[in-house]
Each structure stands twice: as structure tokens, then as C-alpha cells.
Design a binder for this molecule. Structure first.
Ligand SMILES: [Fe+2]
Ligand SMILES: [Fe+2]
Length: 295
């Protein structure tokens, strides 16, 4: 464990984390589910490419970590987190056949993402002992860094009113908001787990840098992949300028907001409970059609 002083979480009522059963009917969701803005839609669609393998990987790593947790409440949170992430992975996976039916086969890209998480970030054949523990802690810290961004994106999608105003597909919005709300709900778990097992500041910075670079690379590549393979000839091309414009228009997270999230994670006072609102997330989850809200 680290001797680095750790910030206290913002006081909030502790909630029991549990996976919610969801179901989404995709038949009426068009390929360009944000009307008039295929670029923004495809940028968000990259989630369906990365998350099935990425969140399966979270679950795989955390199952190895469970025996190391000595705090019973944290252990319960991690078990709830595992259940939620497994459900997220499956729900995003279910979108892929629909995209294929609409003429956009994601398989060439998802095959590469699967390789990344299963082989490059997999267990490796390390002997028991320091090397194996080091690699496990690197992955635990990496998940904490990624979860900073899933919470950021979750908070963004819950508040992205522009998508409602422009007539974005309600089923896709519900999938994203159900997922985003659970990301906000469990936003402290990965960081608290990292703090409990290691918490080293240099490791936090190093794994953040790797995660940020990898995510930026995979995301721009995924968006280019979708734009290049979209069967509609007029969609245009992916570019940084288009990303910046869509952020300014409220169709995507804004570039300044994303940049401001960097020093927050790297601050020694960081705790994820300082970001987003649990009350807002729970209110959405209580009304989400896909999660059975109002049923
Ligand atoms: Fe998730
Ligand atoms: Fe998460």
C-alpha cells in the first residue's frame, strides 16, 4: 500500500451497486441516429467497438483482484461494479449486428480491439510473485484512469440536451444514458480499489498517460473506420476540426471540457465523487425505458 495521502470522498449516501437488467429494441434505429450529423453519431458509435472487449477485460482483471481486497465494503462495491460492467459490455455488443444489418460491418475493427485487450493487456505468462503483482497493479491503475473518462462521458451524456433537441434516436440515447448513469453511479469504485491496493502517484500518472494516449488513438481510428465504411457516400471524412465543431455545437463533449478533465485526475486531491451527480444518475435510471423505468 502507498504512503501517499489520499483525498477523502465527497460525503454522499453510500448506495449498493447492482446490475440492472436491460433490453433495447434496435429495429427502428437508423444508421445516422443523430439526424444530420453522421460524424457525431459515428464518434459516439466507437463506444460499441471498444466497450464490449474493454469492459470484459475490466471484469477479467477485477476477478483476479477480489482475493486481495481486505475491506469488505469495497469488496461488495467491486462485485457490484463487475456485474454492471458485464451488462454494459453485452448491451453494446448487441448493437453491432444491427450496424452490420445497416451496411456497416464492424468486425475488422473489433477483431483488433479484441486482440488488444485479450493479448496485449491479458495475463501474460508471468510467474507468481512480484512481476505478476506489478502487472496486475498496472492494469488496476489503468482501469481507474479509464473510469475517470467513462464517468466524464456519463456525466456529459446525461446532460447532453442538444441531442434531445436535434431528434437523436431515443433508443440509442437511452442505452448511452443508462450506461452513463451507471458509470456516474459507480465512478468511485475503480479509484478506491486502486488506492486500496497501491495508490502510488507515479503509477497513477504513468497509467493515465498510457490510457489517454491509447484511447485517443483508438477513438480517432474508430471514427475514421466508421466514416470510411459508411455506405452513404455523402458522410464526408473524420477530422479534428469536425470533432472540435461538434463539441462546440453540443453534439459531442467539448474539447476544452475534455482538456480540463486532465488536471483534475492528476491532482493529488482528486476523488471521483467530486465529478457528476449520483442523484441525477439515479433519477435517470429510475426512468430509463431500457432499464425498466416506469414498467
Ligand atoms: Fe461501463
Ligand atoms: Fe465503469
Amino acid at each position: 500500500m502507498s504512503n501517499t495521502p489520499q483525498p477523502a470522498p465527497v460525503a454522499e449516501e453510500r448506495i449498493e451497486l447492482k446490475a440492472r437488467n436491460v433490453s433495447f429494441a434496435w429495429e427502428n434505429t437508423p444508421l445516422h441516429w443523430i439526424p444530420g450529423d453522421p460524424f457525431a453519431g459515428h464518434t459516439i458509435n466507437v463506444l460499441h467497438l471498444l466497450l464490449p472487449a474493454g469492459e470484459r477485460w475490466f471484469v477479467h482483471v477485477y476477478k483476479q483482484v477480489l482475493p486481495l481486497i481486505t475491506d469488505e465494503r469495497l469488496r461488495e462495491d467491486v462485485i457490484g461494479f463487475i456485474g454492471q460492467e458485464a451488462m454494459h459490455s453485452a448491451a453494446h455488443d448487441d448493437v453491432l449486428p444491427h450496424l452490420k444489418k445497416l451496411g456497416l460491418d464492424p468486425t475488422p475493427y473489433t477483431a483488433q480491439v479484441d486482440w488488444l485487450f485479450e493479448k496485449l493487456l491479458g495475463d501474460r505468462t508471468l510467474p507468481p510473485g512480484r512481476a505478476r503483482r506489478w502487472w496486475l497493479m498496472e492494469r488496476v491503475a489503468t482501469i481507474a484512469a479509464i473510469e475517470h473518462y467513462t464517468a466524464f462521458l456519463g456525466n456529459w451524456i446525461l446532460n447532453a440536451e442538444k441531442l434531445d433537441r436535434c431528434g437523436a434516436d431515443p433508443t440509442m440515447l437511452d442505452l448511452l444514458r443508462w450506461h452513463g448513469a451507471e458509470e456516474v453511479e459507480h465512478r468511485s469504485v475503480a479509484f478506491e480499489l486502486f488506492t486500496h491496493l497501491d495508490g502510488g502517484y507515479r503509477r497513477r500518472v504513468r497509467t493515465w498517460a498510457t490510457a489517454f494516449t491509447a484511447l485517443a488513438f483508438l477513438w480517432q481510428r474508430g471514427t475514421r473506420f466508421f466514416m470510411a465504411n459508411d455506405p452513404t457516400p455523402t458522410v464526408g471524412r473524420a477530422s479534428l476540426a469536425a470533432f472540435y465543431r461538434a463539441g462546440r455545437a453540443g453534439m459531442l463533449p467539448s474539447t476544452p471540457a475534455m482538456l480540463r478533465a486532465v488536471p483534475r485526475y492528476l491532482s493529488r486531491d482528486y476523488h471521483p465523487s467530486q465529478e457528476g451527480s449520483t442523484a441525477q444518475a439515479l433519477a435517470y435510471l429510475a426512468s430509463s425505458p431500457g432499464a425498466g423505468g416506469g414498467r
